[in-house]
Design a binder for this molecule. Structure first.
Ligand SMILES: *Cc1c(COP(=O)(O)O)cnc(C)c1O
Length: 402
């Protein structure tokens, strides 16, 4: 929500690279990472950036350069991470509903793997027995997160192996002598209540004694970030304190101290991102003023997909009189970014910026309506670099058989 790059810079970048344009502030990503590592400094905690939030290879290289690890949601993300230079031991593949062949491929690449179904765990055991350490993604049956579409740990969720099937897990682990190094849970996104994580740890404490070779527990991601003034944020120092206390109260019965892993996505990159658009048309209708921008849910789907709020500012008229606008896109579907939002007076041609678009912004974009995906620019140490070119007509035709 908070702006770190100046309006002047954003306007200059829009002039240079055109709109719509995604701009990322790498230094803000670094600052967010430091907030995590300093809060957890006295514990053996490791962070794996959930890169599905934003996978541009240049962002991944930046993430690597600051010492953060990476968590992947597909084998292609694993390949992107390796391409960005990550050591396989710093790459985690937290799978969900995948074909076993992807697990075989991840194994051959030497990365950490969290397995999320009994059937894949069984296949893994049959094929690799005790030769390769692996993690288990558990479903803790905890309801958490901003809304049902982004809740993943509740007792109707598809994610993970339900903890109440522990007997079946143990039977497979024992039968095939599977080397279990990590237990994972991820309960959702936009979790502001740190007690959700503590509850997750407590669920794991009951299970840990069954796994003698465990070296880490993995509490997933989902830290909440503020989207507007007054919005709550996950209290990271409080979380660090509660995690330490929980471990002090429950030393690992198997002797070895356990590492704690987290997989923050949004927390690291959300506020680093700015989507800059230009206003094509203004329309008055029954008391509503529509500001139609040269973008749509093809570039930023979060408002239409899960009612996400993105603060919108008028870069071209930051001190103009505030009025109510419905900011809409140019897609042939209803694609409203904001309903009756107070914004400084908008004129056709003005540049509007959307905050908090680093996470799940470009990454969820599409070519719907045969429009181009935006260009991406990364700003680091005051230096702006184009990190993805805007699509061209060739990209629309690519792979079509003519
Ligand atoms: C999406 C995801 C995350 C990151 O969630 P954020 O809300 O972006 O922090 C972490 N772990 C897993 C397994 C995920 O699927």
């Amino acid at each position: 929500m908070q702006q770190h790059l100046s309006n002047e810079l954003l306007i200059a970048l829009a002039k240079e690279y055109g709109t719509p344009l995604y701009v990322y502030d790498a230094d803000h990503i670094t600052a967010q990472y430091k907030r995590l590592t300093s809060a957890f400094a006295s514990t053996d905690t490791h962070f794996f950036y959930a890169c599905k939030a934003l996978t541009n290879v240049n962002i991944l290289k930046h993430i690597k350069s600051i010492g953060c690890n990476v968590d992947c949601s597909s084998i292609n993300e694993v390949k992107l991470a390796l391409l960005a230079g990550f050591d396989p031991k710093n790459v985690l593949y937290t799978s969900n509903g995948i074909h076993f062949s992807e697990i075989e491929e991840a194994q051959s690449l030497g990365v950490n793997i969290n397995i999320d179904s009994l059937s894949n765990l069984e296949k893994f055991g049959q094929q690799f027995q005790h030769s390769y350490p692996v993690g288990i993604r558990l479903r803790p049956n905890i309801m958490a997160g901003g809304n049902i579409k982004i809740s993943t740990g509740h007792d109707k969720s598809k994610f993970g192996i339900p903890v109440d099937q522990l007997d079946k897990i143990l039977a497979l682990v024992n039968e095939h002598n599977i080397w279990i190094q990590n237990l994972h849970i991820h309960t959702g996104s936009d979790i502001k209540d740190v007690d959700v994580f503590v509850k997750g740890i407590e669920v794991l404490f009951d299970i840990i004694p069954h796994f003698k070779e465990l070296t880490s527990i993995d509490l997933g991601g989902g830290f909440k970030v503020p989207y507007k003034k007054g919005d709550a944020e996950t209290d990271i120092p409080l979380l660090a304190q509660k995690v330490s206390e929980a471990f002090a109260n429950h030393p690992n019965p198997n002797g070895k101290p356990l590492q704690v892993w987290f997989e923050p996505g949004k927390f690291l990159v959300s506020a680093s991102g700015y989507l800059i658009t230009a206003v094509n048309v203004l329309k008055e209708n029954n008391g509503t003023t529509f500001a139609g921008v040269n973008s749509g849910f093809n570039h930023l789907i979060r408002p239409m997909f899960y009612d996400a709020y993105h603060q919108i500012e008028n870069l071209s008229n930051p001190t103009g009189e505030e009025k109510l606008y419905s900011v809409v896109g140019n897609i042939c579907e209803t694609d409203t970014f904001a309903w009756d939002r107070k914004i400084h007076a908008i004129r056709e041609g003005d540049l509007l910026v959307f905050y908090n678009t680093g996470a799940y912004g470009f990454e969820m974009s599409s070519n719907f309506n045969s429009r181009y995906k935006p260009a991406e620019v990364m700003v680091k140490d005051g230096q702006a670099t184009l990190i993805r070119k805007r699509d061209t007509f060739d990209d629309i035709l690519r792979n079509q058989v003519l």
